[in-house]
Ligand binder design. Structure first.
Ligand code: G3P
Length: 217
């Protein structure tokens, strides 16, 4: 499973990238707002650091506006994936932009039917939001499983990009379900390394090592 990092914080991206943990990036208007940075500047910096696709989101609500904004955002770097919302206008924009050979990430997906439409409109990525479904007591992971099955049934090449990931459990479950990509906040990716038995075991090893009085260096 590919890891995209869901942030516009450059330092956090750099830290994960140094370990080979970053296969791409995703941003959205809220993350740009949180960064306090200019969308062009920060997106260009992310694109320069990350080898894979970096999603930058349009904010127009009509198809022509999304298409114009998408073309503009695509000028930032070759690895831009244009993010459009899963509305009828977003699907129209997806069809046009993907027809121009551009990567399109269709976001704010909350149903299997929406995902089916995005694939037919030529999306490179579909972004089902797991956490926001969990927030309203609908199992977000079930949506990942449903989309995986539907795409596999018909051989759609649209990649399932699990988004709105909040927990390490979301990460492992997405991997088990066959999501192509998971985009997660840096803190969630770092938390995947943690286990209480690792900490407990290390403490015990270090205590025993101290009793030996030996040194390696
Ligand atoms: O990739 C979409 C993601 O940023 C949304 O996450 O936690 O705001 O639902 P969240």
């Amino acid at each position: 499973m590919k890891f995209f990092v869901d942030t516009a914080e450059i330092d956090a991206i750099a830290e994960l990238n140094a370990l080979g943990m970053v296969d791409g990036g995703t941003t959205n208007p809220s993350l740009i707002m949180k960064s306090g940075r200019d969308i062009r500047e920060v997106t260009e910096e992310i694109c320069a650091r990350v080898d894979g696709p970096v999603s930058a989101e349009t904010v127009a609500t009509d198809a022509d506006g999304m298409i114009a904004e998408g073309r503009e955002l695509a000028k930032i770097a070759d690895n831009i994936a244009i993010k459009v919302p899963l509305t009828w206008a977003g699907l129209q924009a997806c069809k046009v932009l993907s027809g121009e050979g551009r990567m399109v990430n269709v976001t704010l997906c909350f149903s299997a039917n929406q995902a089916l439409l995005a694939a037919k409109a030529g999306a490179s990525f579909i972004s089902p939001f797991i956490g926001r479904l969990d927030d309203i007591n609908i199992d977000g992971l079930e949506l990942i499983a449903d989309i995986r099955q539907i795409y596999d049934n018909y051989g759609y090449e649209t990649e399932v990009l699990a988004a709105s990931i909040r927990t390490v459990n979301h990460m492992s479950e997405c991997a088990k379900l066959g999501a192509d990509v998971a985009t997660a906040p840096p803190a969630v990716i770092k938390k995947m390394a943690e286990h209480p038995l690792t900490d407990k075991g290390l403490d015990a090893f270090l205590a025993d090592w101290a009793k030996t009085g030996q040194k390696i260096l």
